[in-house]
Design a protein around this ligand. Structure first.
Ligand SMILES: [Zn+2]
Length: 117
């Protein structure tokens, strides 16, 4: 389970931000998470509720903003959204190429905003 270290990292960032801004409470933390990232929001919510006890982040919400999988075809010089059919592999819808693809979105993991009070 690598959700726990990731969730600890989120809390560190949020607490550091709250300290610098002299906040009395952290209301919510928005997390940008690509759909290809292996972290499960459900587990992160559980861990977060547990590790925030006794901190200014207690009862804060984690809001997940999910990012779709987007590839860029080097041949067509165009991006396209992954249809999500994993068994079929990923092919450019324009030229059917599957080797000149670069992943440009879908594996994000970042703290995007923190709401404090
Ligand atoms: Zn193409």
């Amino acid at each position: 389970m690598h959700e726990l270290p990731l969730t600890n990292k989120i809390l560190d960032i949020a607490l550091d931000y709250a300290r610098k801004n002299e906040a009395s409470r952290i209301v919510s933390v928005q997390i940008g998470l690509g759909v290809m990232h292996e972290a499960e929001p459900e587990w992160m919510n559980k861990y977060f509720a547990w590790i925030t006890r006794g901190t200014v982040a207690e009862n804060a919400n984690l809001d997940f903003r999910r990012y779709p999988v987007i590839w860029f075809c080097q041949k067509c010089q165009k991006p396209f959204k992954d249809p999500g059919e994993k068994s079929a592999g990923t092919f450019c819808p324009e030229c059917s190429e599957n080797r000149e693809l670069t992943l440009i979105s879908g594996k994000e993991f970042r703290v995007e905003s923190i709401i404090i009070s």
